[in-house]
Design a protein around this ligand. Structure first.
Ligand SMILES: CC(C)(COP(=O)(O)OP(=O)(O)OC[C@H]1O[C@@H](n2cnc3c(N)ncnc32)[C@H](O)[C@@H]1OP(=O)(O)O)[C@@H](O)C(=O)NCCC(=O)NCCS
Length: 155
């Protein structure tokens, strides 16, 4: 099967009183399918989307979708506001994925540029050291001064 380079258009969705369950379900299904081994359970992706699109105090963020000329999603990003500033970056880029058949054509870069243009303040993200996505982040100006460490009480 040959690969096709789609013309894509990016759209930013900001929090609203009614973000629409259909949209959340569409983006969650896309991310669940295309995040590969770097994904999460679909219910967690839905939680992240609900947070990003919530107008409640202390929540918020935005979603970037890239769609083909037929309207189907070929790439998506979900950003959560941290509610903090200065000592912790204002935004966390939680998910980014491009449809497997459309990778290597610049969609990821387009999504990152739209994300950087719309985020107010600094953006943090975490990426496994063996994930080639880190090349994309470095190309658009992300640096890695820190090593992220976590403690899981139940592990
Ligand atoms: C990471 C991902 C979003 C990149 O999307 P993409 O559309 O293929 O990326 P682009 O075509 O826009 O590439 C942008 C730049 O990053 C580089 N890059 C992207 N993927 C790369 C790879 N696998 N190896 C090396 N460089 C890569 C490209 O060379 C390109 O640089 P250039 O513009 O100088 O040529 C996509 O591979 C993906 O969905 N991966 C699975 C999900 C995932 O890992 N998400 C991140 C979790 S942290």
């Amino acid at each position: 099967m040959s690969e096709i380079k789609e013309q894509v258009k990016t759209t930013i969705t900001f929090p609203s009183a009614d973000p629409g369950m259909e949209f959340i379900e569409e983006v969650a299904s896309f991310l669940f399918t295309h995040l590969d081994q770097y994904g999460d359970k679909k219910e967690d992706i839905i939680k992240c989307l609900n947070y990003a699109l919530s107008t409640e105090d202390g929540k918020g963020g935005f979603v970037v979708t890239a769609r083909s000329s037929t309207g189907s999603i070929v790439g998506a990003v979900v950003v959560n506001d941290t509610g903090m500033s200065g000592y912790i970056p204002e935004n966390i880029l939680v998910y980014i994925a491009v449809d497997r058949s459309q990778r290597g054509f610049g969609v990821g870069k387009k999504l990152m540029k739209a994300t950087m243009d719309n985020a107010k303040g600094a953006i943090a993200l975490h990426v496994e050291p063996d994930n080639p996505a880190r090349h994309l982040y470095a190309k658009v100006g992300f640096t890695n001064k820190y090593l992220e460490m976590r403690y899981h009480p139940d592990a």
